[in-house]
Write a protein that binds this ligand. Structure first.
Ligand code: NDP
Length: 281
């Protein structure tokens, strides 16, 4: 039987949980497949991707710093990748073309729905902290959930403005930027706060927005994940606010990738979360 091959391309990629995640599903479904870490420097990205395609890989996931390059490389692009101008999944198709997809959007939306019980954000205001790739995916996911107003707060104002310029024309949403000092004026009507900065990974300073200013009905989502949970999630829960970390987003974004590589739609379960938590540094 032919072994199906896939992997994750990044730099660095040593920390990636994706091989463990896909390995769990490969074993659960008894699939003759392999999913490997592929450390690839920025300048080698296009060359290596084309070589993997020729070597018979089914496709690859793409992580920092290659998501924009993956988008640029592909011949076909799905709606989420087009909206975010970044791809985290490249599918090598039978006709030789490469399809770029962004499954972070699906991952965040599924995590909000399944773990935080958010099925719609109609008429609601969401604040996103951060303006990088994860924040772009968050804007698209929140628009799919029909948020009425999204405010993007970021340390570098220019980056937040660039994000809004790219996305504003594609969605029927009030999309605005601000900086962290605006938080006291915004917090009172926020239905959901999403942290898309890398604060919480361990080496950065504490999260800068005072959660006590949120209304009691607010929810909190951190796209960052840590073995013992992130400080943001802990603080939110201490205030009685429902809160989730980024492990859910990670697990759900992998579902369409696994289906594209190995032909089966796998399940996200509490057992899978526990299995991944063991491997978190
Ligand atoms: P980027 O590098 O594109 O963006 C990083 C963001 O964090 C920027 O907005 C940056 O602000 C902000 N930031 C970093 N340090 C600080 C700080 N000390 N104070 C204030 N803001 C800061 O990264 P991504 O958007 O790709 O990823 C962001 C986080 O999301 C990462 O931790 C990543 O691991 C996580 N992630 C999780 C996923 C999941 O599946 N759970 C999927 C994708 C990402 P500035 O613009 O001012 O530099």
């Amino acid at each position: 039987m032919k072994t199906l091959l896939a992997g994750v391309v990044g730099w660095p990629v040593a920390h990636s949980l994706s091989p463990r995640l896909h390995g769990y599903w490969l074993a659960a479904h008894n699939i003759a497949g392999s999913y490997v870490k592929l450390p690839v420097a920025r300048q080698d990205f296009a060359y290596v991707v084309l070589a993997l395609q020729r070597a018979g890989f089914a496709g690859v996931n793409v992580t920092i710093p290659h998501k924009e390059a993956a988008f640029a490389l592909a011949g076909q692009i799905d709606d989420a990748a087009r909206a975010t101008q970044a791809a985290n999944l490249l599918v090598f198709q039978e006709d030789g073309t490469i399809l770029a997809r962004n499954t972070d959007v699906f991952g965040l939306r599924s995590s909000l729905e399944n773990e935080l019980g958010i099925t719609t954000l109609k008429g609601r205001h969401v604040v996103i902290a951060g303006a990088g790739g994860a924040a772009r995916a968050a804007v698209v996911a929140l628009c799919a959930l029909e948020a009425q107003r999204i405010t993007v707060l970021n340390r570098s104002q220019g980056r937040a403005e660039a994000l809004v310029r790219t996305l504003a024309s594609s969605f029927q949403v009030q999309l605005a930027t601000g900086n962290f000092a605006d938080w006291p004026d915004l917090a009172a009507d926020v239905a959901l706060l999403v942290n898309c900065t890398s604060i919480g990974l361990g080496h950065e300073p504490q999260f800068m927005l005072d959660l006590k200013l949120l209304p009691a009905t607010a929810r909190v989502c951190d796209v960052v994940y840590q073995r013992s949970g992130t400080a943001l999630v802990r603080d939110a829960r201490q205030l009685g606010l429902p809160a989730i970390d980024g492990l859910g987003m990670l697990m759900y974004q992998a579902v369409p990738s696994f289906a594209a590589f190995f032909g089966i739609t796998p399940e996200v379960s509490p057992a899978l979360r526990r299995y991944l938590e063991v491997d978190l540094a």
